[in-house]
Each structure stands twice: as C-alpha cells, then as structure tokens.
Design a binder for this molecule. Sequence first.
Ligand code: ADP
Ligand code: MG
Ligand code: MG
Length: 250
Amino acid sequence: MLSIKNLHASINGKEILKGINLEIKPGEVHAIMGPNGAGKSTLASVLAGRELFEVTEGEVIFEQKDLLDLSPEDRAKEGIFLGFQYPIEIPGVSTVNFMKTAVNEHRKYKGLEPLKASDFLKLMRDKKALVEIDSNLTNRSVNEGFSGGEKKKNEIFQMAMLEPKLAVLDETDSGLDIDALRIVANGVNKLKTAENSTIVITHYQRLLDYIVPDVVHVLFDGRIVKTAGKELALELEEKGYDWIKEELVK
Ligand code: ADP
Ligand code: MG
Ligand code: MG
C-alpha cells in the first residue's frame, strides 16, 4: 500500500529526514515512536505534502502512484487521511456541511454522483454512532471552541466519514489527556479493516496500550533505527530511548 524508499527532506536547507525506508501493507497498524525532534511530525508533513518541507531524495509510492507528484488535496482524495489535516476552526461552517462537501468531493474524484441528502444523513448517523460523537458537535461550527478531546473526536469522525485507505495520525506530544487517548484508540480500532492501514505517530507508549500495533518503528535523528513487534513499545516504556542511542554509537 505505502512504500517509502530512502526519503530525505529538508526545511530551510536543514536536513531533517535522512533516508526513511518504510513498507506498509493493507490491514496493518504501524506505530512510529521516537524522542522529541526525531522528525516524526516532519514525516507526517511530508506525506501530507506541506510545502514548507522540501523532499531532496527518495520516493513515496502509494498504491502504485508517486505520492510526491500529487497535490495535498489529491493525496486526500486518493485515500490518505492526515490526522491534523482539518484541525482548523471554521467559524460559520457546521461540521455537517463541511463533511457533506468533503465526502462529495471525494466521490466526484472517483467519478461518483454526490450522495442524496437522505443517504448522507444515514452515513452521518452510522458514523456518529460508530465513533460515539454526539449531535451537538456536528451541528456546531467546525472545531470552534472545541476542547482538545472534542477536536480529537471530530478528527476521528472525519476519518470515519472519509473511509481512508491510509490514516496517518500524528498525536502531538502535548495535550492528549487520557480521554483523548481513548477516543483516538477506539476510533482506530473500530475503523480497522483488512484493507486499510494506519500509521500512529506517538511519543507516548500509553496510546499503544489501547491500540495494538502490528509493527513498531523507532525514528531517531531522521532515520528509522529499529523495527520490531508490539513488544518494542513496552521495552521503550521501561527503558526510554537512551539505550537506542547507545546501541547506535557502538
Ligand atoms: P518530532 O515530531 O519527532 O518531535 P519534528 O519533526 O517536529 O520532530 O522536528 C524535527 C526537527 O525539525 C526538529 O529539529 C525541529 O526543530 C525541526 N523543525 C520542524 N519544523 C520546523 C520548522 N517549521 N522550521 C524549522 N525547523 C523545524
Ligand atoms: Mg515533537
Ligand atoms: Mg511531533
């Protein structure tokens, strides 16, 4: 599904990603962990196509397509969901209307007709029940005045509505309380199928008590320096990241 080969990326001429290699198959959940400043969010931004970051080498193939050739909008329509894609507040636009536009734009890209109003409302109802979001949130303006937990809920709801093939969730180090962790985890677990994949980027081992990853990677200084099963997350919880640095020096 996703194949990243020797990816190098810079910001203002400073190299942050120094040769990332990553293969993700359908149905897999991968966790990317690592200390602050390792380049985790940069990797998510590069996958999202943020202009700030310049890819200097390597390739990213998503379902046989060269992802780096696509605009951020087309990446989304191809089925990539970035967790921080819509955290912006949009006063005056209800989540209902916002999602109607997004869902129908995705459909148009695939050559499908817009959903009938009744079908859209049914889809909304089903997905709201799935991620346990209440009506108040979807009737309010997108993210306006939402608490951190409500924004997370909304993000997972957007993901449920768009049914991405690949979700990349960058759970920033701060601001995730235990409720938000649970919201993210429940959403990821419920939306998991044999066809779709998730990359969970986290500094916290705690999130992985709720989401059981198939593969855990450690990103350190712009490179993936260790890849293993879910037991690696537990080892990191116990020992921190220093032992990995020491292993690298050897
Ligand atoms: P992580 O998410 O693993 O904590 P980041 O990807 O946010 O790490 O950051 C990796 C490195 O890139 C850090 O040294 C950080 O200072 C730098 N960096 C990230 N964003 C910017 C930016 N907008 N301008 C300059 N440097 C940046
Ligand atoms: Mg950070
Ligand atoms: Mg980060």
